[in-house]
Design a protein around this ligand. Sequence first.
Ligand code: M6P
Ligand code: ZN
Length: 194
Amino acid sequence: MHATFPQFTQFDPIAGRIEGAPLLERRLSDLRGYFVDQAAYATALAQTDSLLYTVANVEPAQGEGALHYGISCIMPGRVGDEYYMTKGHYHAWRPASEYYIGIRGTGILLLEDEESGECWSTPLIANSGAYVPGHAAHRTVNTGTEPLIFLGIYPYNAGHDYGAIVERNFRHVVVQVEGKPTILPRADYHARRR
Ligand code: M6P
Ligand code: ZN
């Protein structure tokens, strides 16, 4: 059977694009309520609605066993102390796992298991991979000074569930402390600033 999806794909590893794939842009205004420092968010948004990240997904294949994939590019920057990041999501179909492959830049992948509440993180850097198991919320953070570009590969029926993140956010924040990327429990970040 001839496949109806592209069998050969070239990525732009500098711009984080896939030719022919629709480009989704996420700006500061799309992430209202996501950043820990609300005053810093309001100040930044009053200045300019900065581009935080782009996603170019290729999602033509359907049916059992099919894969979708995409390339993401997160800009370098911070809102207050917190580094630019993705919204983060669960998969609508919770058992779906995902594999990330770092192409450019330096970042951190935050993970959180829905049932146990367990939180962990992995580096996301060029020429490395990170496994996102099913039932885990995942958010990617650019802790470097250049764009963070990575591929994500996932089952066609994974879907995105943002609702739980909007409600509860992640338990940890990735912030700059004394010039260094630091992962802190959200509550500890607030306590430090009091
Ligand atoms: C990765 C993949 C995509 C996801 C993107 C942005 O590339 O996991 O499926 O859309 O990151 O993350 P989010 O959807 O959480 O904004
Ligand atoms: Zn995902």
